[in-house]
Design a protein. Structure first.
Length: 293
């Protein structure tokens, strides 16, 4: 299918392969390294084995991640420009990865080579379905409706700070080991029985917010946060993102539906790159607010 412009995202958007293939979304992939073996976070024909991945983390198998580099971005985007297409990249928060900077650098280089093409990018300052669903999929819809690349880009700019993410993790040290939180912040969640709650701030970084006693209260906290903050003017589709914690996700769904008026509640396993840093058992919600913070 021919499109007026091409949409590019990255694997941390949690875009599913079937959706990407059906809707002409190009996916740059970050990678994760598990027990010395590097694997792509997104690969055609290779569905993510969430249980196997999170079981490996539970066994304390060494894990790390690798961002998209300049060459990966350049080599994906250049052929699209050579084909006469404009391109829009909607990317993972620069506060959590150097991927956005790599892609932006490649696009700047390509602007010099293709001065007549529109080459646009936006740092979403958020993660996972927070931008995969609310921004990338909406941009796809806008393109199908005949909207221009400028209109789609403006929507992303106008909407990105209305996407909220709240999460509880079993162990903040996964985030500390990966450099996503400082050691003192990680210690914040190390007390016996304490379940830390984290959020994404306006700089697109993960920050500790609260601590609650026990998993049940942490689940209540997430449902209450939706009730408190969700934009009542939106027909909310709330996303639950989990690290192989489906039963807890189902419990959270029941609480959300009991406390909040939402159009739908959907689930996804957290993809492996972000999951490497949050660890197994992470439970998060993503939804629209009038303004983050």
């Amino acid at each position: 299918m021919s499109y007026e412009f091409e949409i590019i995202t990255d694997s941390c958007s949690s875009i599913e392969e079937a959706y990407a293939e059906a809707n002409g979304v190009h996916v740059l992939t970050l990678s994760y390294i598990l027990d010395g073996v590097e694997k792509p976070g997104y690969a055609k024909g290779q569905p993510f084995d969430a249980k196997g991945f999170y079981d490996a983390l539970r066994k304390k198998i060494k894990a790390s991640t690798s961002q998209v580099n300049f060459d990966q971005a350049y080599n994906m985007i250049k052929p699209l420009l050579e084909a006469g297409k404009d391109v829009l990249y909607i990317g993972f928060s620069s506060g959590l990865s150097g991927t956005y900077a790599s892609v932006a650098s490649a696009m700047e280089e390509l602007r010099g080579e293709f001065p007549d093409r529109k080459i646009m990018h936006e740092d979403t300052l958020t993660a996972s379905v927070g931008f995969g669903y609310y921004l990338v999929e909406k941009a796809v819809e806008m393109r199908a409706e005949g909207k221009t690349i400028e209109e789609a880009h403006k929507f992303v700019v106008d909407t990105k700070m209305k996407i909220d993410i709240w999460a509880t993790v079993d162990d903040l040290f996964h985030l500390q080991r990966g450099g996503r939180l400082s050691a003192p912040a990680a210690f914040f969640g190390s007390l016996l029985g304490v379940k830390p709650v984290i959020t994404v701030n306006d700089e697109g970084k993960l920050i500790p917010h609260s601590k609650v006693r026990g998993r049940g209260k942490a689940i209540d906290f997430l449902a209450d946060k939706i009730k408190e903050k969700a934009d009542p003017n939106e027909g909310q589709v709330v996303w639950i993102i989990h690290g192989d914690a489906l039963e807890d996700a189902k419990t959270l769904e029941q609480k959300i539906r009991a406390k909040c008026k939402v159009a739908d509640v959907r689930y996804t396993n957290l993809e492996p790159v972000i999951g490497t840093h949050t660890g197994p058992g992470v439970l998060a919600v993503s939804f629209l607010v009038k303004k983050r913070g």
